[in-house]
Design a protein around this ligand. Sequence first.
Ligand code: PLP
Length: 259
Amino acid sequence: MTALPRVLTIAGSDSGGGAGIQADLKTMLALGAHGMSVLTAVTAQNSVGVQGAWELPVEAVRAQYRSVVDDIGVQAVKTGMLGSSALVTAVAELLSDVAAPVVVDPVSVSKHGDRLLADDALDAVRTRLLPLATVATPNLDEVAQLTGIAVNDESGMRRAAAHLLAYGPRWVLVKGGHLPGEAVDLLTDGSAEHWLRAPRHDNRHTHGTGCTLASAVAVGLARGLPVPDAVREAKDYVTAAIAAGFALGAGIGPVDHGW
Ligand code: PLP
């Protein structure tokens, strides 16, 4: 008999082990959850960029999901790289009746500027996936793509959050980490507003930050924490993981899950 929270990630593989499914499963392990994975795409990737990406057939994604959910069951789900409009739509269909909180990380571009989501999939993310989200966790590049709002200060973050909430997620976490100064995020459900602040760590080894944060939120929700508590704990976790990020290869190294 195990009391481990069961958490599912639906995301892409990073062969370099820094982001994607690999970061998700490491986060879940570090936080004491049982991690499970539905693989959507395979990337050939390392510290300098993404050298190639291949999507899995929709059928393979559906089959993995059914295997996990019908037998083991899930207490929270996190989505990451979905690649194409067909996969976004298929995942949204699968999640439409899931009885667990869903964290949507609307992954679209890597830190190196490699596209991880087709342009024509943005509409499916807005209209199919965001409405199912308990929490959506876009960074400012993803906010710009999804809303057309170029955020450069905290009032812009507030405007962007309101715009995103109109698509139907219960909560939005707008991650302002790409702005200069403190790492400020805004979590809101349209009435409550939580500003989360952390000191900026002068560390370029931040590969996998977004995946790690969203997975940590999913673990908190699987444990039954309210969204603001799950997000606060996840932010503390990712802040420490960034502080401990380390060099690997010639480029941007990963955040560290073992601190
Ligand atoms: N590769 C995969 C498979 C991902 O899911 C992600 C982000 O979510 C990335 C790469 C990009 O990671 P980062 O922007 O932290 O370098």
